[in-house]
Design a protein. Sequence first.
Length: 159
Amino acid sequence: MSRKKETQESANSTIAVDKAVGGFADEERAAMKERAKELKAEARANKNRADGESDVLAKIAEMPEPESTMARRLHEIIKVAAPALSPKTWYGMPAYAKDGKVVCFYQSAEKFNTRYATFGFNDAANLDEGAMWPTSFALKELTATEEARIIALVKKAVS
C-alpha cells in the first residue's frame, strides 16, 4: 500500500473514531463558534477601539446579576488604571489587550458553571515575581479593598 493511501486511510479512521465517540461536546462547539466570531470582531477592534469596547459592554450586559455589575465595574477600573489596554472579547468574556495580546480577563462564574467569577492575567502581564506568582483570582464581590488590589495589579501588569 502506498504511503499516501495509508495516510488517507489513517485520516478516515480518525474521523470515524471522532464521530463514534461523539466528537466535541456542545460547549466546546459553542466555544469554537464564539472564538471564530471573536477573531472577526478582533480584526474590527484593531481598526477601531470603540468596536472592541462595544463588544465587551454587550457581553457584560448579557451576564446575570451580580456578575454584570461586577464586570462593568472591573471594566471601568481597568480603563482608568491602564488606558493603554484595548478592550476585546476573548472566549466570550471581557478581556484587555496590549499590542494584540490579552493581558487580563474576567470569567463569569455562571458561564463556566463555577462557584466564583475569575479575574486573571495572561503571560503578557508583567507580574513575574520570583519563581512563583498568582495569575488568577477568585472574585465573589468587589469592595474597595479588592478594587485597590486590582488597580495595583493591572498597573503592574502593563508596566
